[in-house]
Design a protein around this ligand. Structure first.
Ligand code: SAM
Length: 285
């Protein structure tokens, strides 16, 4: 059984790399996360409460539902948060959150996701949250590189399919960076707290498939990338009709352009004018 009030060296000994365990031990950073949360009464979902340092701050001010995969940590959390579990203001689900999520909402009421995410599945979790109609916002600690991708603007070299999806769902921004020393054990990379305020839910897997084609070779021309999934003539015509520069690179096109191109191609596909060369473009996994 893991004891309460662990010292940093105990936390380091407990950490299991397989589950991406880097425990956040810097009290100032924990407070900064709490201060960056939306100011309303919605429930908070925490993925990976770990030893419960962030959870401790969250349960003081919010109803919390948590998902933790590591059985040892689940037992620890059950004893540490017994009072809140009894009151019903804290719910703990033990198991892999991705298995629980499936195609449905993770929980059956509106919520904000607040978490120090396991980095090996962080991108996947954020995309799930953007596709989850009950999720209203995301405030997560991730590898800085991932945060930059989700919050990038068109024209920046980091603008990718993830940036287009974040802008489609709402507004993404980096709240602050966090150095490795804030964690036990320290990760090899700098981290950032990423916030995405959702304005809508992603609901078209076909669009994600289209973006995969558009950004398949990020430094090549957008028209060329698309021409490897759709007919070259259709793409050339579309670029001419829309007055788009045929030399534009994927990171240079605005989110609205991606939606426009996708909708036009979808119309053509439905009308039977366009044959996809490769199936994935309209059937993203
Ligand atoms: N929230 C704690 C903190 O800030 O110190 C721990 C964060 S640690 C980076 C990531 C946590 O996610 C770990 O507790 C790990 O066991 C948990 N985790 C990893 N994979 C998971 C999964 N598939 N489902 C649920 N929890 C997972």
């Amino acid at each position: 059984m893991i004891k309460n009030n662990l010292k940093n060296q105990d936390a380091a000994a407990i950490a299991d790399k397989k589950f991406g365990q880097n425990f956040l031990k810097d009290g100032r950073v924990l407070q900064q996360i709490i201060q960056s949360m939306p100011n309303d009464d919605l429930m908070v979902v925490e993925i990976g409460p770990g030893l419960g340092d962030l959870t401790k701050e969250l349960v003081r001010v919010k109803n919390v539902t948590a998902f933790e995969v590591d059985k040892r940590l689940c037992e620890h959390l059950q004893s540490e948060f017994d009072e809140y579990l009894q009151k019903g203001s804290f719910r703990l689900n033990c198991g892999d959150v991705l298995e629980r999520w499936g195609e449905r909402s993770l929980v059956d009421e509106p919520y904000h996701l607040v978490a120090n995410l396991p980095y090996y599945i962080a991108t996947n979790i954020i995309l799930k949250a953007l596709n989850d109609p009950n999720c209203r916002s995301v405030l997560v600690m991730v590898q800085k590189e991932v945060a930059v991708k989700f919050s990038a603007e068109p024209g920046q070299k980091e603008f990718s399919a993830l940036g287009v999806l974040a802008q489609t769902a709402g507004r993404g921004s980096i709240c602050f960076d966090v150095p490795p020393e804030a964690f036990v054990p320290p990760p090899k990379v700098t981290s950032s707290v990423l916030r995405i305020i959702k304005e809508r839910t992603l609901d078209d897997k076909g669009f994600e498939g289209f973006l995969k084609a558009a950004f398949s070779q990020p430094r090549k021309k957008l028209s060329k990338n698309l021409a490897s999934s759709y007919s070259k003539d259709t793409i050339n015509n579309l670029f001419t009709i829309e007055g788009l520069d045929p030399n534009i690179r994927p990171h240079e096109a605005a989110t609205s352009i991606y939606h426009h191109l996708y909708n036009e191609l979808k119309k053509d596909l439905i009308d039977g004018r366009e044959q996809t060369k490769q199936q994935p473009a309209f059937t993203a996994k």
